[in-house]
Design a protein around this ligand. Structure first.
Ligand SMILES: [Ca+2]
Length: 262
């Protein structure tokens, strides 16, 4: 075990046997053309206790126009029961030409989902093209705009659109230009970092940092970069039962790390 101590907190690498893949070379978490995250839309054990069927959400990568086509699952977040069937209250059930699995649409590359512990709403982070990463709150049936609305440009610098908002489409709470490449998303409820209670956390691949985001209800307030440059790509962040934060990294010998108060 090695520990790197910073000004405010320690990043402790967990034992190799706890690494993804048991210490073997891990596979990348986000496979090509598949969204990076899955979230239960209800508490797993509580739902099982009540005899209910869980509902799952997963995101798919949107290739341009596909993200605006309700007949295609690319660029959508889908909502399914645990047996793979479609919940009858999904927003597009019964609409001709629309896939009934769809929960929200107009996404480019969802990379993190969380179930807000107080409101029960789903929050999402996604990668824009060059610039234009987003933090969104998902509303059933909502169109999140890609590629008709974006703050980003193509990788070669050419314009995608001038639209930063359009009627009938959902605006992001927070847009990052330049990109930070948010990955994984969690809401901190623990007591080990008292000042961080109620903050969101996301890994930031291209910023080589962990982002702590302060919100006021459903409004973005501020953010700070933590442990910048101290770990390779942070792919996910979760709160442990002990109230500490756990990070997984994606690199040749990816690892599992715990963030502790100094
Ligand atoms: Ca958007």
């Amino acid at each position: 075990m090695e520990a790197a101590r910073g000004r405010e907190h320690a990043v402790v690498e967990m034992a190799a046997e706890l690494r993804p893949g048991g210490g073997r070379k891990p596979r990348p978490v986000a496979a090509r053309r598949v969204g990076g995250e899955r979230e239960l839309a209800d508490d797993e054990q509580a739902a099982a206790d009540r005899g209910e069927v869980e509902v799952h959400l997963a995101g798919g990568v949107g290739e341009d126009a596909q993200a605006q086509d309700l007949g295609d699952l690319a660029g959508k977040i889908v909502r399914l029961k645990d047996d793979g069937s479609v919940p009858p209250d999904n927003p597009f059930v019964g609409r001709p030409g629309a896939r009934p699995e769809i929960f929200t649409w107009g996404h480019r590359n969802p990379q993190g989902l969380l179930l807000h512990p107080q409101t029960g709403k789903i929050w999402e982070v996604e990668h824009g093209p060059k610039g234009g990463d987003e933090l969104n709150i998902l509303k059933a049936g909502g169109n999140y705009g890609w590629p008709l609305v974006t703050y980003g440009v193509n990788y070669d610098g050419s314009k995608i659109t001038d639209n930063r908002s359009l009627p009938g489409m959902e605006d992001a709470l927070r847009t990052w230009v330049p990109s930070i490449s948010p990955c994984g998303l969690t809401f901190y409820t623990g007591d080990k970092f008292p000042n961080w209670k109620g903050s969101l956390f996301t890994g930031a691949l291209s910023a080589y940092a962990l982002f702590r985001i302060e919100v006021d209800g459903e409004r973005y307030r501020s953010e700070e970069r933590l442990i910048e440059g101290r770990l390779p790509y942070i792919r996910d962040v979760r709160q442990g039962p002990d109230g500490l934060l756990y990070l997984v990294t994606h690199s040749d010998d990816g690892g599992l790390f715990r963030l502790e108060p100094a």
